[in-house]
Design a protein around this ligand. Structure first.
Ligand code: ZN
Length: 187
């Protein structure tokens, strides 16, 4: 009886594994996407400092960044929830990297996540960001970095709203908000 049960359990496990394997895409998504898709949660390969367009020494970064910005952008720190400048900002405009000024997120993709950090469901473009697997603190997360200077921005999770289902959880200190020009607003 016990053996039969064991065999049954083994069969169920095998079938489940088989189904999961069958559902896996055969090749990584390589086609360009106009918006954001699952590519955003696929970590890019580990990069060296020199892989980014903007490379500065820590001493140079300290000259242009505040203490908080340096701690978060360059030392992968995290600001306290509900303390940053932008978690509750609802103005229209764009968010650029506080380190290098690269345009990262648009206000129209920002949503209230309730986490106390600015949250977006997609970046301005996939190229704007660099992502890497982050296993710090016993968690497996996907770190989001500025694609231009490699500054740490936050993490991306797959529990976001439609249309992408992604939640880019970003530190306010990593961003600088710029209001939209009234002239560029569509009526
Ligand atoms: Zn940057």
């Amino acid at each position: 009886m016990f053996i039969k049960l064991l065999a049954l359990v083994a069969l169920v496990v095998l079938v489940t594994v088989g189904v999961l394997a069958a559902n896996k895409p055969g090749k990584p998504a390589a086609k360009p996407s106009p918006g954001c898709d699952t590519m955003c949660t696929v970590p890019h390969k580990k990069t060296a400092k020199g892989d980014f367009e903007v490379v500065k020494s820590d001493a140079e970064w300290r000259k242009t960044l505040s203490q908080d910005q340096f701690y978060i952008l360059r030392q992968k720190g995290t600001e306290q929830a509900f303390t940053g400048a932008y978690w509750n900002n609802h103005d229209e405009g764009v968010y650029v990297c506080a380190g290098c000024g690269a345009t990262l997120f648009a206000s129209k993709t920002k949503f209230d996540s309730g986490t106390g950090w600015p949250s977006f469901y997609m970046p301005i473009s996939l190229k704007a960001l660099h992502t890497e697997k982050d296993t710090a603190y016993g968690m497996v997360r996907v770190e989001v970095m500025c694609g231009r200077c490699g500054g740490h921005l936050g993490h991306v999770f797959d529990d976001g709203p439609k249309p992408t289902g992604l939640r880019y959880c970003i530190n306010s200190a990593s961003l600088k908000f710029t209001s939209a020009e009234p002239a560029s607003e569509k009526k």
